[in-house]
Design a protein around this ligand. Structure first.
Ligand code: SF4
Length: 299
């Protein structure tokens, strides 16, 4: 295959993958929603979950996005320096988004700030967003595709705490965000928390945390314990499915962290809704692909 043919092939794969992610939830999200449906007692909660599952069936049967808000596309790319198409990747991801916008189709969600017009193609200045991790001596490329919907993006918040506020301060910050804005984001939620030094490092980690599978835990056992405690605390708010009340408000809490300055605690929250559309695909140098988030997909 020539380089041009490879670029066309990868663009096509990514356009199809984006369209699939828009229509079918990842396996871990479906399993968690089924688990929560069983654990809720109230008929209203069960009916809401049943409606979510019916919505999913219809999205696949009618070949339509599972939520009308297909979000702003964000890609977390972990790319080897020896991946043959590394130089073309950012441009081809943009092209794949345009292709998916018309073929899937996706809602037009890219409005140029200050000029205030919708580009109609889901691409604009800086959109889709591409976050890069470069991996030395590798010829593979991993791509997380994420659809950042409006409702689930709204609760996002980051700040730097005084050092004396400690982990109690982190907990208070997360619970304040959840009690004020959690309702807007179509619960049950996947809550991503970043703990680092500054607002931007914490904010990036809080979104990256949403790429982790539901049920996974931070490698640090204290951080993992905090994930469980926060999960219990947010469940106790009683948001329930779609905020209509229930025993479970979240699908999980994922914390990502780095070391920090001793005088500052950067903390951030990002939220994924019940329709948590993220997909993970890995390409080798010959563009053979493996999809880890969705079973039984052929692009
Ligand atoms: S929060 Fe999620 S499920 Fe609710 S409207 Fe937005 S994208 Fe759709």
């Amino acid at each position: 295959m020539s380089r041009e043919e490879q670029v066309t092939q990868l663009t096509d794969y990514m356009a199809k993958f984006i369209a699939h992610v828009a229509k079918k939830l990842p396996d871990d999200v479906i399993a968690k929603l089924q688990e929560l449906r069983e654990k809720e007692d109230s008929p209203l909660s069960k009916t809401i979950y049943d409606t979510m599952f019916r919505n999913q069936e219809l999205a696949v049967a009618l070949n339509r996005p599972s939520c009308q808000d297909t979000g702003v596309l964000q890609f977390w790319v972990k790319c080897g320096t020896k991946f043959p198409l590394i130089d073309d990747l950012e441009a081809l991801l943009k092209e794949a988004v345009v292709k998916a916008t018309f073929e899937a189709p996706l809602r037009h969600n890219s409005v140029e700030t200050f000029d205030e017009y919708n580009t109609g193609k889901n691409v604009g200045k800086g959109t889709p967003t591409v976050f890069w991790d470069i991996v030395p001596n590798s010829d593979k490329c991993e791509i997380y595709t994420y659809m950042a919907g409006g409702g689930c993006t709204l609760p996002g918040k980051a700040m730097v705490l005084m050092p004396g506020e400690g982990y109690e301060g982190v907990t208070k910050f997360v619970l304040d965000v959840m009690t004020s804005y959690g309702l807007n984001a179509c619960p049950p939620l996947l809550v991503g928390v970043g703990v680092a030094t500054s607002v931007e490092t914490a904010a990036l980690l809080s979104k990256k945390a949403l790429m982790r599978p539901i049920g996974s835990h931070n490698d640090n056992e204290r951080a993992a314990k905090m994930e469980t405690l926060l999960e219990d605390g947010i469940n106790a708010i009683g948001l329930g499915p779609q905020g209509m009340g229930g025993k479970y408000s979240v699908m999980g809490v994922n914390i990502e962290n780095t070391a920090r300055h001793p005088s500052a605690i950067g903390v951030a929250v990002n939220v994924g809704c019940w329709s948590h559309r993220r997909g993970h695909i890995v390409f080798d140098k010959d563009l053979n692909y493996t999809i880890t988030t969705h079973s039984g997909v052929e692009l």
